[in-house]
Write a protein that binds this ligand. Structure first.
Ligand code: NDP
Ligand code: GDP
Length: 327
């Protein structure tokens, strides 16, 4: 029998890749999205998944609309990807961030508990919860110390997912995903900001890009690899929490070097540092240990950072000029 999946955050990077994956597996895919004043479907068009899925309008902060959608579609699997996902903006909009990232999750869990107990639930947790890290490599056992309103709100969602699992026996799992990027990544995130700039500089449309802290280190993977881990979590007999990461960490400076080199450019000629882009509190180092996911889910990352940067630079070159992507 065809399974129905409800994905919140469908118009985001992960929503698009997850919809593509589930359609390939013959799911009926329903994507929840708030009605916005402008068109937000570009990623779903880019992957050509929109004609094969259904869109349900609703907002995770609006319990009525969440209950309405769960009641109407009776999903077998619910993936809660909706978020104000940009850490930098969470200091400017802390209450909104808490509404979407924390209250949104409990609204969905309430809908599962009251209307669809047998549904399997996925919560999009994040390595930002580790924040000021207590260990050089972070696993499911590493204590949390979030460093931003984003991380704090996500930690609530993480714990309420565990709490509903323990209190009500829901099949609710939480994926602690480290940074993951792709050509569909939002332009405000550092990798995509850099690859977009590389493309414009290569094509003579720009000369400089300003960045903040170049010393921070991130464990970057490829979003299409990571959505497969989400699906694997919900196929397990029992719910659990899993770190999803590559285990390789790279500083922003070296990521820039890689991205510019892909287009035959020297990053140092084009990158300047703007102190205004530094954050009030920084997460200095993220490096995940995904051995539990490897062992129990059979999941391993398939794409390294150099391949990922290459893919993103190529996509941005195409977007900005249809130029052949040659170094
Ligand atoms: P995106 O920012 O690309 O997508 C977020 C999605 O949430 C968008 O579709 C957005 O819609 C939607 N959304 C925002 N507010 C609401 C709301 N009130 N109700 C319903 N939908 C809403 O994020 P990603 O795809 O990169 O990430 C997916 C999830 O994984 C997020 O929860 C993120 O925090 C988490 N995560 C991401 C990581 C990463 O590196 N990408 C790492 C770890 C966790 P709209 O555009 O219309 O606002
Ligand atoms: P995050 O890990 O979810 O916050 O992902 P980002 O891509 O937004 O940021 C990753 C790291 O890059 C953080 O340590 C930022 O401080 C650092 N960084 C340095 N310059 C920039 C910039 O111009 N934009 C963004 N978004 N991050 C930057």
């Amino acid at each position: 029998m065809t399974k129905t999946a409800l994905i919140t955050g469908i118009t985001g990077q992960d929503g698009a890749y997850l919809a593509q994956l589930l359609l390939r597996k013959d799911y009926r895919v329903v994507g929840l999205t708030p009605r916005r004043g402008s068109d937000t479907m570009w990623r779903l068009r880019e992957l050509d998944v929109l004609p094969r899925m259904e869109i349900a309008y609703g907002d995770v902060t609006d319990m009525g609309s969440v209950f309405g959608v769960v009641s109407e579609y009776q999903p077998d699997e619910i993936y809660n990807l909706a978020a104000q996902s940009f850490v930098g903006a969470s200091w400017d909009q802390p209450v909104h961030t808490a509404d979407v990232n924390a209250i949104g999750a409990v609204n969905l869990l309430e809908a599962v508990r009251k209307l669809r107990r047998e549904a399997r639930f996925y919560q999009a947790s994040t390595s930002e919860m580790f924040g000021k890290v207590a260990a050089p490599r972070q696993s499911e056992a590493t204590p949390f110390h979030p460093r931003s309103p984003y991380g704090v709100a996500k930690l609530y969602a993480h714990w309420i997912t565990i709490n509903y699992r323990e209190s009500f026996g829901l099949h609710a799992s939480s994926g602690i995903l480290f940074n993951h990027e792709s050509p569909l990544r939002g332009i405000e995130f550092v990798t995509r900001k850099v690859t977009d700039a590389v493309a414009r500089i290569k094509l003579g449309q720009a000369d400089k890009v300003s960045l903040g802290n170049l010393d921070a280190q991130r464990d970057w993977g490829y979003a299409a690899d990571y959505v497969d881990a989400m699906w694997r979590m919900l196929q397990q007999p029992s719910p659990d929490d899993y770190v999803i990461a590559t285990g390789v960490t790279t500083c922003i400076r070296d990521m820039c070097r890689m991205a510019f080199a892909h287009a035959g450019l020297d990053w140092e000629r084009h990158v300047s540092v703007d102190k205004a882009l530094f954050r009030p509190a920084e997460v200095d180092l993220l490096c995940g240990d995904a051995s539990k996911a490897a062992e129990r889910l059979g999941w391993r990352p398939a794409t390294d950072l150099s391949q990922l940067m290459g893919m993103m630079v190529e996509a941005d070159l195409r977007r900005h000029g249809e130029a052949p992507a040659r170094a």
